[in-house]
Design a protein around this ligand. Structure first.
Ligand code: F6R
Length: 238
């Protein structure tokens, strides 16, 4: 696991944007695995600026998002589809955009559809990940076993609490979600994990402890041959 410690969040986003830029330079038709949440917002801003300046082109790239709340209307203000449109998809020129459908009536069929699209695309070249304070990746929450492919998951207390900040009073916060499975994330050729902020110091420490904590899903990445973790000093606790 390669570790890049940056002075602040902005520098992290710039380092992460460099990795995306290089990936698309080397393989313009890349399959990019994308994440939502607070952490990637600055990275997406940088990607949009670079796109506006003609430094990066997504016209042959395919985007696959990690997860989506379920059930949620696709046009709900807090759906991950809306998030992606606002922060990236409406601002750059992806050839394809794939997100699990939060309003699908048949969850099993929806997961199978998403998996088939991902397989048809040839799997992920570069997967962006954040990390939950409980070590979740995507919405693979700490558990005794982990599905390899997409599935509907029960959100942990920890995730519900963390993500409640996005929902206003009166908005119902979903307690379940559709997520890529650990096997699909692990099959990515390259993984880029972005970690920022003092609230992530503890989980970051656990990740770098040199042990495979099986109740910390992010720890499985310790076994992956091509992972870069870009983190700020606050997350690194230095
Ligand atoms: C989001 C996702 C989650 C987040 C994680 C960190 O698509 O899959 O695993 O990456 O919850 O979220 P933030 O960045 O809001 O701290």
């Amino acid at each position: 696991m390669k570790k890049i410690i940056c002075g602040n969040y902005e520098e992290c986003c710039s380092a992460a944007a460099d990795i995306f830029t290089e990936q698309l330079r080397q393989k313009p038709e890349s399959v990019l695995g994308l994440a939502t949440g607070s952490t990637p917002i600055g990275l997406y801003e940088q990607l949009v600026s670079r796109y506006d300046e003609g430094k990066i082109d997504f016209s042959r790239a395919k985007a696959f998002n990690l997860d989506e709340y379920y059930p949620i209307k696709q046009n709900h203000a807090q759906s991950y589809k809306t998030f992606m449109e606002e922060h990236l998809f409406d601002k750059v020129n992806f050839a394809q955009k794939h997100i699990p459908n939060g309003e699908a009536s048949d969850v099993v069929a929806e997961c199978a559809r998403f998996d088939a699209e991902l397989e048809a695309a040839g799997g992920i070249d570069l997967q962006l990940l954040g990390i939950g304070t409980n070590g979740h990746i995507g919405f693979n929450e700490p558990a005794v076993s982990y599905p390899l492919k997409s599935y509907m998951t029960q959100l942990s207390e920890d995730s519900l609490k963390s993500n409640s900040r996005f929902f206003t009073k009166g908005e119902t916060q979903p307690t379940t979600a559709l997520t890529m499975g650990i096997g699909q994330i692990f099959a990515a050729k390259q993984i880029l994990m972005l970690i920022s902020g003092a609230n992530k110091t503890e989980i970051t420490k656990k990740l770098f402890e040199g042990k495979l904590h099986t109740d910390v899903p992010a720890c499985f990445l310790l076994l992956h041959p091509n992972v870069t973790v870009v983190l700020d000093k606050a997350a690194a606790g230095v």
